[in-house]
Ligand binder design. Structure first.
Ligand code: IYR
Length: 230
């Protein structure tokens, strides 16, 4: 994407500008808040297909995220292939069995109890799409030489947040899933060692009998997540 010699500072006039009144901002943020309050992490999906173009738009939206030095150190593998999903499920469940059978501390297992998770990950094959997020430790110029990336976790996590928001805006449900370790995903998806998988996101429509853990509805109030200094 980058050619060394074309990279220099070139300020453009701000291409897009919103001009809302304070009242409009208040209304828009209230609407957005209500929209985000309807996002739920869901574990039970139907097999109803989701068009590839929808997933691609959501990933394009993720790709608009800010990043360290604009290096965009992310890569998204979008998988609908049943064979590949089955392979990923098998390898993820093998990791999870180790995690739940002693790999994780007692404290961690206790913390997960209200969430209701276990080593079985059927969503990895029922959800029509899996999106695997990779963080790129370094990038390559067009001539093949390497450049360092900066603020990689911060950048990738912002992009992942945009992705989850875009998926929710499409009316889809998602499940962020983090088998540990995830190195097997490089092999399964043919990604280079420069990339570290950070998350598998299962995406689709929620099953009729889908539930959410009651604790997931407990969100900290503003006073607990924010202090205002005026
Ligand atoms: N990776 C495991 C365990 C897990 C850990 C956390 I922290 C969660 O919020 C949920 C699950 C799993 O996916 O089951």
């Amino acid at each position: 994407m980058f050619a060394k010699e074309t990279l220099s500072y070139d300020p453009l006039p701000l291409p897009d500008r919103a001009e809302f009144t304070d009242a409009q901002m208040q209304e828009k943020t209230a609407e957005f808040l209500a929209h985000m309050q309807q996002r739920h992490t869901v574990r039970d999906f139907t097999a109803q297909p989701v068009p590839r173009a929808v997933i691609e738009n959501c990933i394009r939206a993720a790709g608009t995220a800010p990043s360290g030095a604009n290096h965009q150190p992310w890569f998204f593998a979008a998988i609908s292939s049943p064979a590949l999903k089955a392979q990923i499920r098998e390898e993820a469940e093998a990791e999870e069995r180790r995690f739940y059978a002693g790999g994780a501390s007692d404290e961690w297992i206790k913390a997960l109890e209200p969430i209701g998770t276990n080593a079985e990950k059927p969503h990895l094959t029922t959800a029509p799409w899996l999106i695997v997020v990779f963080a790129q430790r370094w990038g390559e110029f067009d001539d093949g030489s390497r450049y360092k990336n900066y603020y990689v976790p911060e950048s990738v996590n912002i992009a992942t947040g945009v992705l989850l928001t875009a998926l929710h805006t499409a009316g889809l449900c998602s499940l962020t899933h983090t088998p540990n370790p995830m190195k097997f995903l490089n092999g399964a998806l043919g990604r280079p060692d420069s990339e570290k998988p950070t998350m598998i996101i299962a995406v689709g429509h929620p099953a009729a009998e889908a539930t959410v853990p009651a604790v997931a509805k407990l969100k900290k109030p503003l006073e607990q997540i924010c202090q205002v200094f005026e």
